[in-house]
Design a protein around this ligand. Structure first.
Ligand code: SDX
Length: 433
């Protein structure tokens, strides 16, 4: 149900004695774009947009964000409806195939994912190469890239069947790899996936089951885990997704592209913010310390982690759902009076009523409440970004597939505004000052 871009008039650019008519294109909704592909040829000038604050890098039908209204749609479905009515595996089908599956399509898709959750037995030896105190994201970056050393039968990126197999393998194996990264970190034996459990149940069991006793699935925690995965599944052309697309544009295999996305997500301004946000709440400690912390933010001594967003200039709709999840998980785990949750709620209230944050349109984003929820579920802060990467894998691979199916796709190769030395001759060392 995608719509081809429609021409919506032209934009005239005049540069010195040169003038060029640039087509304006409209999508199904959201801002129009000025198609500048012919601009350099017509004017000899580049556009300049570090950070891509005004640049659309591609055409996509996967996810739509209206940052001013705080709207997030996946293939047209609002995130709050998917979080409350769907499941992560169903959202995976929606992102990959464009529609919610029928009952038989869902059964077949879920079965396909379930049957790919195991890892090659030699793969487990990779973990032995890391120190026990290695950050789990360092393990994820290394091991996910290594998947391409095991699955030579699905590396032909021009074969749609192999592209789909790679997508299923990545979605299915990420929980097993993430759980192994955690188990290795805490020094417990690996737990194999089970085919009689759903995606979230399987992941929680692989993380928290121990040989000494049977692991009892808590339905409330499994549901919360599934919802958290939905909230993180995809988010338009964010930094890590753009990294995956740029890596894929060179023809790199999907496993290598996802490893590149994981590396980018690790940064504290992006996926690493959930870990930093909880560390920030621990540093604040009590509501009484909030005024001093806010003063430090205004003095630019630190940022309010989990706040602000390049696109959302309103409340991140995912943060709203995440806050509800935090309530449910804290109640389910007997932590409803968790002091950090009280600090977070008070900090949000103070910030949302403070002119510094209001004029900069800074609101809680998806990372502000996720740490409290994940911590209550038993995950250490070092695992928070791993869980983000686990969930975002479906978004990355769906965006990669969309790019590979785009007939106009070509290698991404931005230019620059050069401000270095102009040409000069080499000076022998004997003649240098
Ligand atoms: C994610 O892009 C995506 O879609 C990402 C993501 C996804 O799902 O993929 O949504 C996931 O990455 C969410 C964001 C997680 N990061 C954080 O929570 C880290 C804290 N946030 C900031 O670092 C910042 O808000 C960014 C990086 C998220 C956005 O930065 P921008 O768009 O470059 O905005 P900016 O830095 O230009 O900020 C505008 C103003 C500045 O003040 P002035 O210099 O104009 O006076 O707001 C200030 C900033 O200093 N500001 C903050 C702030 N974020 C911005 N001040 C204090 N605390 C903050 N968190």
């Amino acid at each position: 149900m995608t719509e081809a871009p429609k021409t919506a008039g032209t934009a005239t650019l005049t540069l010195g004695d040169k003038s060029v008519e640039l087509p304006v294109l409209s999508g199904s909704t959201g801002p129009d774009v000025v198609d500048i592909r012919k601009m350099y040829g017509a004017t000899g000038a580049f556009t300049f947009d570090p950070g891509f604050t005004s640049t659309a890098s591609c055409e996509s039908a996967l996810t739509y964000i209206d940052g001013d209204e705080g709207i997030l749609l996946h293939r047209g479905y609002p995130i709050d409806q998917l979080a409350s009515k769907s499941t992560f595996v169903e959202v995976c089908h929606l992102l990959l195939h464009g529609e919610l599956p029928s009952a038989s399509e869902f059964e077949s898709f879920e079965r396909s994912v379930t049957m790919h959750t195991m890892l090659h037995s030699q793969f487990d030896r990779f973990f032995e190469g890391f120190r026990r105190d290695a950050h789990p994201m360092a393990i994820m970056v290394g091991t996910v890239g290594a998947l391409s050393a095991f699955y030579h039968d699905s590396l032909d990126i021009h074969d749609p069947v192999q592209r789909n197999i790679s997508a299923i393998r990545l979605i299915a194996k990420m929980p097993t790899i993430a759980a192994r990264a955690y188990k290795y970190h805490v020094g417990q034996p690996f737990v194999s996936p089970r085919n009689d459990l759903n995606y979230a149940e399987n992941f929680l069991r692989m993380c928290f089951a121990v040989p000494a006793e049977d692991y009892v699935i808590d339905p409330a925690l499994a549901r919360a885990m599934d919802r958290i995965l939905i909230l993180h599944a995809d988010h338009e052309q964010n930094a890590s997704t753009s990294t995956v697309r740029l890596a894929g544009s060179s023809g790199a295999n999907p496993f290598a592209c996802i490893a590149a996305g994981i590396a980018c997500l690790w940064g504290p301004s992006h996926g690493g913010a959930n870990e930093e946000a909880l560390n920030m709440l621990k540093e604040i400690g009590t509501p009484e310390n909030i005024p001093d912390f806010i003063a430090g933010v205004k003095d630019r001594r630190h940022k309010l982690m989990g706040f602000g967003h390049r696109v959302y200039k309103n409340y991140d709709p995912r943060a709203r759902v995440m806050k509800e999840s935090a309530d449910e998980v804290l109640a389910a785990t007997g932590r409803i009076n968790d002091p950090l949750f009280q600090v977070a709620k008070e900090l949000e209230k103070v910030a949302l009523n403070d002119e510094y944050f209001i004029e900069r349109k800074l609101f809680p984003n998806v990372d502000f409440y996720s740490g409290i929820t994940l911590s209550a579920m038993g995950f250490p802060t070092t695992m928070f970004t791993v869980l983000f990467a686990l969930a975002r894998t479906v978004g990355w691979i769906a965006q990669w597939q969309e790019m590979m199916e785009d007939p106009s796709q070509k290698i991404g190769r931005p230019r620059q505004l050069y401000t270095g030395p102009t040409e000069r001759d080499y000076v022998p060392i004997s003649q240098r000052g």
